[in-house]
Design a protein around this ligand. Structure first.
Ligand code: R5P
Length: 298
């Protein structure tokens, strides 16, 4: 039986302190339910409102990828520096320590390998398994203008419906076919379609011209995709420009894990994203950390 003897009188009502309603730090997410916001807060840091997401899901369509041959050896030591990890459930269950407490963005679409038409994807994860894995969001590829455009958008909307039922946000990933022009006009179209159809955040590529019109016209956060491996200073410069032009962080893969010093690179990217450190300064930091081998190890 509960001990109810000698209960203290209540008195601390702080009548002069206005109640904190609190606006939420993620763009477009203020009206979402608590569970959904809680999951988003595991991806986007409350302090900066931005994220450094480490993308290692490449194997879902291209098998072992340079830098990801042994995720246990090369990626697990980087986890301490990632706000979130984007991966498949296969890698999550087999290789990522369950003690990893930051965000997990689960690859939830797939089907074709690099040997086939990539836009022919279907939903590849049940929302029930996503919640069983306690992930922070699910990710789905959207091929606007691609051969299987409608099917991929249908994958997104079905995941959004399932996600809303279970409190799991959806990240729309704008995939660009080989023949499509990568410009702001295309990315405005693709990102806005993702957001209009319910994605809670969107991953898209950076473009040098008018990227701020892409972020401005999208009512949910845009996370910059890394893309092919660039020299470190160029990758840091791209990240700096993206966040300066409205991106809520990065979702980088090859530019981190294919770097000569992945642990140094992810830490330098983190300073750019969260502190808006200038690219040249971040590059100096990268070189120092690389020399000192700082942050290498689990
Ligand atoms: C492709 O669209 C996927 O999302 C990736 O496999 C991955 O996230 C790409 O990362 P990055 O281009 O930075 O290597």
């Amino acid at each position: 039986m509960a001990d109810t003897d000698n209960l203290k009188d209540t008195k601390d009502y702080y009548l002069d302190v206005p109640a904190k309603g609190g606006s939420f730090h993620v763009k477009g997410a203020s009206a979402l339910d608590w569970g959904m916001q809680n999951r988003l807060a595991r991806v986007f840091r409350p302090g900066s409102g931005r994220t450094v997401m480490l993308a290692i899901d490449h194997g879902y369509f291209q098998g072992p990828t340079a830098g990801l041959e042994r995720v246990d050896v090369t990626i697990v030591p980087l986890l301490a520096h990632a706000d979130a990890l984007m991966c498949t459930r296969g890698i999550l269950r087999t290789t990522i320590p369950a003690a990893f407490a930051n965000g997990v963005v689960l690859r939830a679409s797939g089907g074709p390998s690099i040997l086939k038409e990539l836009s022919n994807e279907q939903i590849a994860v049940d929302i029930e398994d996503a919640t069983r894995l306690n992930v922070s969001a699910v990710a789905v590829q959207v091929f606007v203008g691609g051969e299987f455009e409608t099917q991929s958008i249908h994958n997104l909307t079905r995941l959004v419906d399932a996600g809303l039922r279970h409190g799991v946000p959806v990240m729309g990933v704008t995939a660009v076919g080989k023949d499509m022009v990568r410009d702001a006009r295309y990315f405005r179209l693709a990102t806005r379609i993702c957001a209009e159809l319910g994605a809670q955040f969107v991953k898209t590529y950076y473009v040098a011209e008018d990227f701020e019109t892409v972020t401005a016209s999208c009512p949910v956060p845009i996370v910059m995709a890394g893309g092919k491996k660039l020299p470190e200073l160029d990758a840091l410069t791209m990240a700096y420009r993206a966040v300066s032009e409205g991106a809520a962080g990065v979702d980088m893969g090859r530019n981190i894990f294919q770097s000569d010093a992945p642990a140094a690179m992810i830490q330098a990217v983190g300073r750019v994203v969260h502190e808006r450190m200038k690219p040249e300064q971040a590059y100096d930091l990268y070189q120092t950390l690389k020399r000192e081998k700082v942050g290498v190890g689990a």
